[in-house]
Ligand binder design. Structure first.
Ligand code: SAH
Length: 350
């Protein structure tokens, strides 16, 4: 695949600029990653060079739809890539922080039944440039709202640990060029052990989140099919080693499904699992969001609160994730790149 604007690192960009005065590299790098400017707007670079860049290093994302919720504090972007595949990005503006949720693959091969991306299947891996560009676009919008984007979560479409190389390349860029702190970058995985092991060897201590959803293999095999290959025991060992190496807290994500994983004994099993880790785990409870291909509904508000209390009483650190974006199909598990997710109304199609 030919490189796009946000693909090359600084050294590679220097090669592209061979023959230009040395300071051009600084101007371009600072224009792209500090000013967050589109190349055409980097005015201290000669027009001819800007045109040459646009030809040799085109951008990768074409906007298909940009939808905001009523307050404009959640923005969902639907992008088309050069080969026609589509991905989504979600910008979330909170009073105290701005977070972007990025996709790491077009589609996903993990086939978790309750997730809209999993229901749609896998298209292809994203490149470093395609991942970085999602963040730059969101950061540019945040800036227009006079806010600074400081948090990135790899919780959009795809399984980041099935595309570890490009994900890591993008993490380095976000850290090195956009100046994001590793502790503000979170990689979420369904539990691909080889990916977690590779990540353990990487230098930056990014946060690791594991989409657990079940604390016994029988139920997890059903909810998260890849569990058959990487069962809970092995997964916990890989997580534990990651935490030991990085000194970071682990998060478990738990999508609460009515009558499936929201019973008292599910809380007890989860608590036992959390206690096995040498370092602390934090549980994120996510009320299941509706998707077309999954019959079961999310736990009631009261049950989510009850489950939270059970966990807390067992000494587990847990929070209920604020649900953002359900009204624009931008919530956890609802990203399906243009395929309608909401059952109660038809979203506008382009
Ligand atoms: N593939 C990675 C990254 C996606 S993160 C992973 O699974 O971790 C998206 C998060 O939303 C995951 O925790 C996923 O399990 C969760 N999720 C998927 N479908 C959901 C749904 N319908 N409701 C709530 N959460 C869901």
């Amino acid at each position: 695949m030919s490189p796009t604007l946000y693909t090359p690192d600084r050294d590679e960009l220097a090669t592209v600029l061979a023959g230009e005065p040395r300071y051009r590299l600084d101007q371009l790098w600072e224009g792209l990653y500090t000013q967050l400017a589109a190349p055409a707007d980097i005015s201290n670079i000669p027009k001819q060079l800007r045109e040459r860049l646009a030809t040799h290093l085109p951008t990768s994302l074409t906007s298909v739809v940009r939808r905001e919720n009523d307050n404009g504090d959640t923005v969902k972007y639907l992008w088309e890539l050069h080969d026609g595949s589509r991905i989504e990005t979600v910008l979330m503006v909170y009073p105290d922080r701005v977070t972007v949720c990025v996709s790491s693959q077009a589609g996903c091969a993990m086939a978790c039944g309750f997730c809209a991306t999993g229901q749609a299947g896998f298209t292809r891996q994203l490149t470093v440039g395609e991942i970085v560009e999602q963040v730059v676009m969101a950061a540019r919008d945040a800036r227009a709202m006079h806010r600074r984007l400081a948090n990135v979560v790899f919780m959009g479409m795809g399984e980041p640990m099935a595309n570890e190389g490009a994900v890591w390349g993008s993490v380095e860029r976000l850290h090195g060029a956009l100046g994001l702190s590793a502790r503000h970058i979170t990689i979420s995985t369904v539990g691909l052990i080889p990916g977690i092991r590779t990540l353990t060897q990487r230098p930056l201590p990014v946060n690791l989140a594991v989409s657990l959803h079940a604390a016994n293999d029988e139920l997890r095999d059903e909810l998260v099919p890849i569990n058959k290959r990487y069962p809970i025991d092995d997964l916990m060992r890989a997580c534990d080693d990651y935490l030991e190496a990085k000194g970071r807290r682990l998060s478990f994500e738990w999508a609460m499904i009515d009558g499936v994983n929201d019973r008292e004994r599910d809380a007890a099993e989860l608590a036992t699992l959390c206690r096995r880790l040498r370092l602390a785990a934090h549980v994120n409870l996510i009320p299941l969001n509706p998707t077309p291909g999954y019959p079961t509904v999310g736990s009631s508000k009261a049950r989510v609160a009850q489950f939270h209390t059970w966990l807390t009483d067992l000494g587990v650190n847990a929070t209920v994730r604020r649900n953002r974006g359900t009204d624009i199909d931008a919530a956890c598990g609802q990203l399906a790149a243009g395929q309608p997710v909401t059952l109660r109304r038809k979203p506008a199609r382009d």
